[in-house]
Write a protein that binds this ligand. Structure first.
Ligand code: 13P
Length: 264
């Protein structure tokens, strides 16, 4: 397998949105889009990360589709198992609810919710040991990009987790999402060239850490929308997208998935 044969992932990160009634509308509309023009699982993996309280509903709604659409958790506790940890949801409990994927290290959690390197290692360790696949997010700030240290920052974020990921886990349980912070929710996307350049560096870095470096999907995130998805999808090392705002509209999200399905 080479990077160009990786089946892309298009994942919607709904963040602290939407209401249950809007989810109902979304899942109906997305189902209609899939009925009108199917996207096969061989062409593109599709997933959505709702809030914890909506995970079961989304899972139930998606089970009515003719293809798999995964429900992904937006976070996982750094505490494992079950116990007296008010407000927390462990990897064990996610797995128990048939949730198999989780976002870890999103910049909003790093910046606003004190997810530092130690916490992220604990979360990742629990997720991987429980058999979850982690979508591990990395990305530099605008200041770091302007200082010319973007690559260094991103590669360091990946090296930070190397001590808790085994070779087999890299191969089957890790997806990387590169999300430059300055492109998140701002309407500013990294140009396809800049994104590809960073993805190629990430791929090189991964190859130094694991023999599976060529098999790991590297997603781009940051103001992905139908208008820029096609160009991003044609880049050799961009194996999908982590979509925020545009994933809240079923038709926009469908078009992004279609762009990746058709380009790969
Ligand atoms: P936007 O697509 O809204 O920029 O958000 C990206 C993101 O943070 C996905 O995790």
């Amino acid at each position: 397998m080479s990077a160009s044969t990786i089946v892309p992932w298009v994942i919607g990160n709904w963040k602290m949105n939407p209401t249950l009634s809007s989810i109902q509308e979304w899942t109906e509309q997305f189902g209609q889009c899939l009925q009108q023009a199917a996207i096969s699982e061989e062409q593109c993996h599709i997933a959505v990360a709702p809030t914890f309280i909506a995970l079961s509903k989304v899972q139930a709604d998606f089970s009515l589709y003719s293809r798999k659409v995964h429900a992904v958790a937006q976070d996982v506790s750094r505490f494992e198992g079950t116990g007296a940890f008010t407000g927390e949801v462990s990897a064990t409990l996610l797995k128990d609810s048939q949730i198999n994927h989780v976002l870890i290290g999103h910049s909003e959690r790093r910046e606003l919710l004190a997810d530092d390197t130690d916490v992220l290692r604990q979360k990742l360790t629990n997720a991987l040991q429980t058999g979850l696949t982690a979508v591990f997010c990395v990305g530099e700030s605008l200041e770091q990009r302007e200082q010319g240290v973007a690559e260094q920052v991103v590669l360091q974020q990946i090296c930070d987790i190397a001590s808790v990921v085994s070779d087999t886990q890299w191969e089957s349980q890790i997806i990387i999402a590169y999300e430059p912070i300055w492109a998140i929710g701002t309407g500013k996307t990294a140009s396809a060239q800049d994104a590809q350049a960073m993805h190629a560096k990430i791929r090189e870095g991964l190859k130094q850490l694991t023999s599976s470096g060529d098999k790991i999907a590297i997603l781009y995130g940051g103001s992905v929308k139908p208008e820029n998805a096609e160009e991003l999808a044609t880049c050799a090392d961009i194996n999908g997208a982590l979509v925020g705002g545009a994933s809240l509209k079923a038709d926009s999200f469908y078009k992004i998935a279609q762009a990746f399905a058709q380009a790969k």
